[in-house]
Design a protein. Structure first.
Lengths: 117, 112
């Protein structure tokens, strides 16, 4: 299957700082990328959908000014957690769908563990 | 809100036994997908079943879908210790192309 990478895999930051997480599709063009958040032993919650070259669509309850998403190219989307606070600590996972994916199939990145002190 | 609800929440079995987990959902769907997640890792796509399909097989996996009951089941036959993971169902609704709503997941532990 297609490969999606995330960087960094783990980040620890101080409260008030901003953190950028990258999601890359390595061997296909991702026209759509999705960002999810997962709490320990819980399910994935969709945060936003980003299409290349256009503004991201955020799910209800997700602050767009808090979680900035940029999908500037067909292989890269970034999620920036601005002014991070301890409650933002979570596992963030991206997924991508596009040219190589089968219909309706998303390929998931390995996730980024964010810890805000 | 969670589209898919799964049961059981946790399942502990011995190698060689079968593991069955169920998923229920609330709205009309285009398809239902099952994913596997090892602790602290990303998701691995296991199988997709479309709304007009009733059963699908892939290796030791068997998935059923009953759209009249809005439910699906995942059966893992002859389980192995390496099957230990969390399993999630996810639905793509008819009015939300591409978006997936995930269930709460079933944590499966297979002991040798």
């Amino acid at each position: 299957g297609a490969v999606v990478s995330q960087h960094p895999s783990r980040v620890i930051c101080k409260s008030g700082t901003s953190v950028k997480i990258e999601c890359r599709s390595l061997d296909f063009q991702a026209t759509t990328m999705f960002w999810y958040r997962q709490f320990p032993k819980k399910s994935l919650m969709l945060m936003a959908t980003s299409n290349e070259g256009s503004k991201a669509t955020y799910e209800q309850g997700v602050e767009k000014d808090k979680f900035l998403i940029n999908h500037a190219s067909l292989t890269l989307s970034t999620l920036t957690v601005t002014s991070a606070h301890p409650e933002d600590s979570s596992f963030y996972i991206c997924s991508a769908s596009g040219s190589l994916a089968g219909a309706n199939e998303q390929f998931f990145g390995p996730g980024t563990r964010l810890t805000v002190l | 809100s969670q589209q898919g609800e799964e049961d059981p929440q946790a399942l502990s079995i011995q190698e060689g036994e079968n593991a069955t987990m169920n998923c229920s959902y609330k709205t009309s769907i285009n398809n239902l997908q099952w994913y596997r997640q090892n602790s602290g890792r990303g998701l691995v796509h296991l199988i997709l079943i479309r709304s007009n399909e009733r059963e699908k097989h892939s290796g030791r996996l068997r998935v059923t879908l009953d759209t009249s009951k809005k439910s699906s089941s995942l059966l893992i036959t002859a389980s192995r210790a390496a099957d230990t993971a969390s399993y999630f169902c996810a639905t793509e609704g008819t009015d939300s192309w591409g978006k997936l709503q995930f269930g709460a997941g079933t944590q499966v532990v297979v002991t040798p």
